[in-house]
Design a binder for this molecule. Structure first.
Ligand SMILES: O=P(O)(O)OC[C@H]1O[C@H](O)[C@H](O)[C@@H](O)[C@@H]1O
Length: 564
């Protein structure tokens, strides 16, 4: 048994590592647990490596982080001295072990002769991407599990463009990682020595300032055009967004911003949040409470590494309504394009990028402004990885987004940017407020103009090896079954991205295109133990669109639920 063999090897080789030894002892006599932790190795998913903290090859710990870093260091070193000198930028979030892993990675890169720029404390993911480009570094690493539950940590890997590595580079890195002996093959330079030698440089607040300047420079409308007294509640969910978002809003003149006190400072246990994913409405519980107390119009949340951002808005009954990622994306696109048109800065040839499981309404709006839409697989590495192609075609990048509450507004940041998205939401809400309109009213007007696009995303959480197996079975049955219709709508095309499709690379995704621009897609998540279903309906009125959505959803989910 491979897992058992690995387990015994770890017991032997980690004798000096107290915490790991403790966890290994606890596993003794529990073969299922050993299989879970040692049955496989962490894989590069949608956004790098992600796994639960703990002992084992399938877990995030000093051994796995060390091995991955050594492999990446060798990959960079192979590119030559210039790459080593340009170095890597390392950031981390507020999670358990994040700082420890970040320092460990810094020590390993330093020992391999690679210069390191390390942030002094937690920073948002978008700032890391920005810093890589500013410093002309060879790449970067972010120790974060983004929005995953507290038990997780992760390792996002960036390349010189400032975007996360695409599969070609990731595969080459993986080859190096797999060749690395995790116990004997990892080199380390003592932290203090590396800092005093200049191998590790601690980044100063100058980088923060530059990043904030960039974000502020993205403003479309200035103070005079905005109702800056609009009541806003912000929660950083105990993550890296706290300082930058508050600072930017203050500097932009917003004078009625309240921050959820319990979620203002770092907390690796996310004690008052639970699951720190702003896509999940429960993460807004305290923001809603505060919002009700102070009568806030807009609630904003960013996830622990502040690349995701979500919004709730007060509706006509005084309750809070959540905007999903598609709706927020559509509002932002309409605001940016109309604003830039008004300011005469709309490019003659613009480009917008979205994923294949993001809705079509954004593309429809772009079309009205002469902006071409590009599609990619899920993952901001793919969205931002497309920018060079768009530029080669002579287009200016105007926006990139995904339904999973990720938005990228400037090409100086090649990842999703919850900080600039938060600023934009405030600016947009304040701009429309000055005209006497709420965000919900603006959204309704967009539906009237472009058609009623409705959407819903449903996930089955299926953990562990058993969960992975069931996800595979569901995908397989969806592939094999000869479906004719869903929700009374004929299937016009069944697209299997496993074999690649048009310009899109191969991936485990199925899309069922139904009549009248309705469709749904299914794919295993690359960041969480989930299988995700994406439902999209379109009609001339809201009732009909919702009816179609419901019918397709019921059909698909009852089929999937029946697969054991
Ligand atoms: O659906 P998943 O594979 O879990 O990915 C969901 C999201 O995860 C991360 O946040 C990535 O940066 C996004 O680009 C992606 O859309």
């Amino acid at each position: 048994m491979e897992a058992e063999k690995r387990y015994l090897q770890w017991k032997e080789k980690t004798r000096c590592q107290e915490q790991i030894q403790k966890e290994l002892s606890e596993m003794e006599g529990h073969p299922e647990q050993i299989e879970e932790c040692f049955g496989k190795e962490l894989e590069f998913g949608t956004a790098g490596l992600r796994g639960k903290l703990g002992a084992g090859t399938n877990r995030m710990n000093v051994i796995t982080v060390g091995r991955v870093t050594q492999g990446i260091a060798e990959y960079i070193a192979d590119r030559g001295a210039q790459y080593k000198d340009r170095g890597v930028v390392i950031a981390y979030d507020c999670r358990h072990c994040s700082e420890e892993f970040a320092r460990l990675a810094a020590e390993i890169f330093a020992a391999n002769g690679i210069k390191v720029f390390l942030f002094a404390s937690l920073r948002p993911t978008p700032e890391l991407s920005f810093a890589i480009r500013q410093l002309k570094a060879a790449g970067g690493v972010n120790i974060t599990a983004s929005h995953n539950p507290k038990q997780y940590n992760g390792y996002k890997v960036y390349w010189e463009t400032g975007a996360q590595v695409m599969s070609d580079i990731a595969d080459e890195m993986l080859e190096k990682i797999q060749k690395t002996d995790m116990f004997e093959g990892v080199h380390r330079m003592e932290y203090k020595k590396a800092v005093s030698n200049g191998n590790i440089v601690i980044l100063s607040e100058e980088m923060d300032e530059k990043y904030l300047q960039l974000v502020k420079s993205l403003a479309i409308h200035e103070k005079e055009e905005l109702a800056t007294d609009i009541a806003i509640v912000y929660t950083p969910l105990n993550g890296a967004g706290s300082r930058p978002v508050q600072k930017i809003l203050k500097e932009r003149g917003f004078c009625n911003v309240s921050v959820v006190e319990e979620q203002k400072d770092p907390d690796p246990d996310f004690t008052t949040v639970g699951y720190p994913n702003p896509e999940d409405r429960k993460a807004f519980a305290l923001a809603e409470k505060l919002g009700t107390e102070i009568n806030a119009e807009v609630l904003i949340a960013t996830d622990p590494d502040s690349d995701r951002m979500a919004v709730e808005v007060r509706d006509e009954n005084g309750s809070y309504a959540a905007l999903n990622g598609n709706q927020t994306g559509v509002l932002l696109i309409a605001y940016i394009l109309e604003g830039r048109k008004e300011k005469k800065s709309l490019p003659a040839k613009g480009g917008m990028i979205k994923s294949i499981v993001t809705g079509d309404m954004g593309a429809k709006i772009c079309q009205a402004y002469g902006v071409k839409t590009y599609e990619t697989l899920t993952g901001f590495k793919n969205i931002c990885g497309k920018i060079p192609q768009l530029k080669e075609e002579g287009r200016e990048y105007v926006f990139g987004y995904e339904e999973s509450i990720g938005y990228a507004i400037s090409e100086e940041v090649r990842d999703k940017d919850g900080i600039s998205a938060a600023m934009y939401i405030c600016e947009m809400a304040a701009y429309y407020k000055k005209q006497g309109r709420t965000l919900l009213q603006v959204l309704d007007a967009l539906y009237e103009q472009y058609g009623f696009y409705k959407e819903e995303q449903v996930s089955f959480v299926l953990e562990g090896m058993k969960g992975t197996e069931r996800i595979k079975r569901i995908m397989q049955r969806c592939r094999e079954e000869q479906f004719v219709q869903f929700g009374g709508m004929k299937i016009e095309e069944k697209i299997d991205y496993r074999n690649g499709y048009k310009e899109i690379a191969k991936s485990d995704v199925l899309k069922f295109v139904l009549e009248d621009e309705n469709w749904f897609a299914v794919r295993p998540s690359g960041t969480e133990p989930k299988i995700k279903f994406y439902f999209y309906a379109k009609a001339d009125n809201e009732r009909e669109a919702l009816k179609r959505l419901q019918k397709v959803k019921e059909d698909v989910l009852s089929f999937a639920e029946g697969i054991e």
